[in-house]
Design a protein around this ligand. Structure first.
Ligand code: ADP
Length: 272
């Protein structure tokens, strides 16, 4: 009787596990579908909004020119029109960022084996102009592995992190280190266990603990519009999405006033 009861219990438990797994698979498929729809929506919305915005900008510009030709506007009206023009340019930048963000979600990965140091050098080159006149030291901690990833996308992740490391930095001698760890550091989330981890460390202004999660949100900035050279607040949202497209994860460790380390993995496939 006992053996019989145990066998029945086993069948019951197995049925339960199978039905849960099926439910989970269905939920995952739903989630993937709604993510795709959201990306498609963001794409269409940002694309279609650019057209009327272009019209607003054009007419505000004509209005300003015509008023100037007819003897000028009052100082206040002139300033208001200038502000209108500035705002349309800013909104156009935000829409471009949103378009790019939604494209990232739909890009196919072109994985190929690449020496990681090659991608770092390319990313540093892309920053070239931004570093002019700055005292910046970028150290690449060798040895760097060869990894299987999408060159263009990983280069964008790195140029974003390197750019931020220099931008949010008030040290007289700005120092940035790029390195690779064979196993994730203790700060890593559980899901990246066993994945190779890359990091970009700076001696910049740091990020307070309460902001450390928020900065990965689209358009989230921690400073005034013009502070630290400005920006749209899209860079980290895009960079972490690119990392997630690879099956990886991005997180950070930071001490305000001392510096920040951004870590990221590129999924189990990257190690091959
Ligand atoms: P943006 O640079 O356009 O504002 P990001 O998404 O790249 O957008 O960054 C979001 C915010 O995170 C920045 O406004 C800044 O406050 C903060 N941040 C990003 N990187 C760093 C860093 N290395 N050190 C300190 N703060 C940073």
């Amino acid at each position: 009787v006992e053996v019989d009861a145990a066998l029945r219990l086993r069948t019951l438990v197995m049925d339960l596990v199978v039905s849960h797994a099926e439910q989970l698979a269905e939920l995952n498929a739903d989630l993937a579908r709604s993510n795709e729809e959201l990306d498609a929506f963001a794409y269409v919305a940002s694309h279609d909004l650019k057209e009327p915005l272009r019209g607003i900008h054009k007419y505000a510009h004509h209005l300003l020119e015509e008023a100037r030709a007819a003897g000028g506007l009052g100082a206040q009206a002139e300033e208001r029109l200038q502000t209108l023009l500035r705002l349309t340019v800013r909104m156009d930048g935000l829409l471009d960022a949103l378009l790019h963000f939604s494209r990232v979600g739909r890009l196919e990965l072109a994985r190929e084996p690449i020496p990681f140091s090659e991608i770092i050098h390319e990313a540093v080159e892309m920053l070239g102009a931004r570093m002019l006149g700055e005292d910046v030291e970028i150290r690449i901690l060798e040895p760097m592995p060869t990894i299987t990833c999408d060159r263009v996308q990983v280069r964008e992740v790195l140029s974003n992190l390197l750019g931020n490391a220099i931008k949010y930095n008030e040290a007289v001698q700005k120092r940035v280190e790029v390195g690779c760890l064979d196993v994730p550091p203790p700060s890593a989330p559980a899901e990246v266990a066993g994945q190779r981890t890359f990091f970009v460390r700076d001696n910049g202004i740091g990020i307070a603990p309460k902001h450390q999660q928020q900065i990965f949100r689209m358009f989230k900035r921690l400073h005034g519009r013009a502070a630290f050279g400005g920006g749209t607040g899209a860079g980290l949202a895009i960079a972490s999405k690119l990392v997630e497209r690879h099956g990886g994860k991005m997180w950070l460790e930071s001490t305000p006033g001392e510096g920040t380390t951004f870590h990221f993995t590129l999924g189990p496939e990257a190690a091959r």
